[in-house]
Design a protein around this ligand. Structure first.
Ligand SMILES: [Zn+2]
Length: 340
């Protein structure tokens, strides 16, 4: 069987070292797979696919992710990447839902229309805030859309006909619904918003504004960067430790996954002064767990917290990932609304 370029370079290195009288260290089995896999925290996401269009059989369908809430008066969905008209980010059928200078406005508008149709939300009034990594939660009290763009990272309402939206590409989108009071919320939680307790604050805002009992609130955590891929610096670790007594449980050391370095660690260790090795562990943050903890602290029942369980950075064929694609990528949209 033909070897991949990576396998070929490894076997060449093996031969070279054998000729030189060296023996190699064994690479841990499944090391790559272990770091890259991320299991869903609860049930598997339900996927809904559009039937194939007969006129254009080559166009991929739009995949949306939904929690199994079965509330007929509610619309909610997390978008994914395929089935769109955008070509700005190196692919031909990207469903980019974020307007930006990089992508064609018309394509994004078509993508949005197709996604909203697929989500059953085409009739609702779309509310898209300017997100600033804060803990600002805005209450929408009227069916009339606001005259100017709202600056916030959380939206809540009990007004039917409005579609609350959050845009992400790695950050955590969280949707909330109080099934008893028919109130909803949408939140954007990157690491800064998470440290600022945007989700915890959002549940509090629903309690104060709508009289929601957290035990009636269900949460859906959408696709975001997994702990497998989310290396952070010391300042992030410090910020979390200053805010959360459970901060330790949110971080885990991950080791280098370059197969050549894993096979020949000594070659790389001896080349660097002590303390300057790049083989040491990187600290990875679990943003999903951080937000799950906040939801639990706010009074939600564990069984009412659903997670898509998919890492955006591991799956750029299926999701946009700001970090994996070095900032040049599209945006996914998370939406929730009360039907009229
Ligand atoms: Zn990952």
């Amino acid at each position: 069987m033909a070897k991949s370029p990576k396998e070929r370079s490894l076997s060449e290195l093996d031969d070279f070292l054998t000729r030189g009288g060296f023996t190699r260290a064994k690479r841990p089995k499944g090391a790559l797979e272990r770091q890259r896999s991320q299991k869903p925290t609860t049930s598997q996401p339900r996927r809904s696919k559009a039937p194939k269009a007969k006129a254009k059989p080559k166009l991929a369908s739009i995949e949306i992710l939904q929690a199994e809430w079965n509330l007929p008066w509610l619309v909610h969905a997390f978008s994914t990447r395929g089935g769109g008209k955008s070509t700005a980010f190196g692919r031909t059928q990207d469903l980019n839902l974020g307007f930006s200078k990089h992508d064609n406005r018309e394509a994004v508008a078509k993508n949005r229309a197709a996604f909203l149709k697929q989500a059953g939300a085409a009739e609702l009034t779309l509310i898209s805030p300017k997100q600033i990594h804060s803990n600002i939660v805005h209450v929408l009290e009227s069916a009339t859309p606001p005259a100017s763009t709202i600056t916030a990272d959380g939206l809540i309402t009990n007004v039917p006909g409005l579609l609350l939206t959050i845009q992400t590409a790695d950050c955590v989108p969280v949707l909330l619904v109080d099934a008893k009071r028919k109130a909803i919320g949408a939140f954007h939680a990157g690491w800064r918003g998470t440290v600022a307790r945007i989700v915890e604050k959002g549940v509090g805002a629903m309690r104060v504004t709508f009289g929601s009992d957290p035990r009636d609130i269900r949460a859906a955590i959408g696709p975001c960067i997994g702990q497998c891929c989310y290396a952070v610096g010391e300042e992030v670790v410090g910020e979390f430790h200053s805010q959360f007594s459970y901060a330790d449980s949110l971080f885990k050391p991950y080791f280098e996954d370059d197969p050549i370095k894993l096979k020949y660690p000594l070659l790389f260790l001896t080349a660097r002064a002590p303390g300057h090795s790049n083989l040491g562990p990187q600290i990875h943050l679990d943003l999903v767990e951080a937000n799950r903890r906040q939801l639990l602290d706010a009074g939600l029942k564990p069984k009412n917290i659903w997670s898509a369980g998919a890492c955006t950075s591991c799956n750029t064929d299926r999701f946009f990932s700001y970090r994996k694609e070095a900032g040049f990528t599209g945006r996914m949209m998370s939406v929730i609304g009360l039907r009229q």
